[in-house]
Structures are given as C-alpha cells and as structure tokens.
Design a binder for this molecule. Structure first.
Ligand SMILES: [Zn+2]
Length: 137
C-alpha cells in the first residue's frame, strides 16, 4: 500500500485516508512524492513560529497551518503563561534582596527551561508532525 502527503500540513498518511489524520484537511488522491521531506521545508509558518518563540508566542505556525486543531491554541496559552511567569519571576528577583533572589533562582531557571522545551517541541511538532501524534489535539 502506498502513502500520500497532506496538501495542507505535509502529514504522510495511508492512501485510503479521506481526511488528513493531523489537520483534518480533505485528502487528495495523488500519490506521495518519494522525497516528502521537501514538503516540510522552512516555510513561512515555521520561520514565523521560530521568531515569535523569542517573544513568548508559541503555536502561531500551528494556528496558520491547522486553524481547526486545538494544539496551536494550547501551545499559545502554554507559551504565554510560561513566558510571562518567567519574566515576572525575573523582575521580582531584580527588585528583592539576595535571599529572595537565591530562593527564586531555581524555580525561575526551571520555568525558563520548560518554556524553551515547549518552544522547541512546538517547532519540531510543526516541522515534523510526529512527536505529538499520540495526542489527538
Ligand atoms: Zn494535514
């Protein structure tokens, strides 16, 4: 059985699929090209997603390519919450004494790492569409 590629998000699916399992766009009955990697090149949504990740905004690439899927909005909310908690913790540390700063340093660092992980995960998910395949959002 041959596979085909979603025209909307580049997901590879079985040739008998009527709808894309990832973004639910209607599937076209064209066979997949042999090198489907080129489908997920550095497109505009991916580049935009990477740039916005530096400003605490995740999931925009998902929302652009898959507006009817929840995962883009979940990434967006998660990104805003984590990013602004991190910024808030940094500003508290700047305005408080050494002891409070010391106590806050570890949770703030963890918060930053979680945000970076979420940002990387969202971009990998956008580019490869495979890491969260088990979560149907
Ligand atoms: Zn798709």
């Amino acid at each position: 059985m041959s596979n085909k590629v979603c025209k909307n998000c580049g997901e590879v699916m079985a040739s008998d699929c009527k709808k894309c399992p990832r973004c639910y766009a209607p599937a076209m009955d064209e066979p997949a090209p042999m090198h489907s990697e080129t489908k997920r090149d550095w497109s505009f949504p991916t580049i935009l997603a990477i740039i916005l990740a530096f400003f605490g905004i995740l999931g925009i690439g998902h929302i652009l390519t898959m507006p009817h899927r929840k995962r883009g909005y979940i990434f967006l909310i998660l990104g805003i919450v984590l990013f602004w908690s991190f910024i808030g913790a940094i500003s508290i540390m700047r305005n408080s004494g050494w002891f409070t700063s010391l106590v806050l340093a570890i949770p703030t660092g963890i918060l930053g790492l979680i945000y970076i992980s979420a940002a990387i995960a969202s971009i990998l998910d956008l580019r490869h569409g495979s890491i969260f395949r088990f979560i149907k959002l």
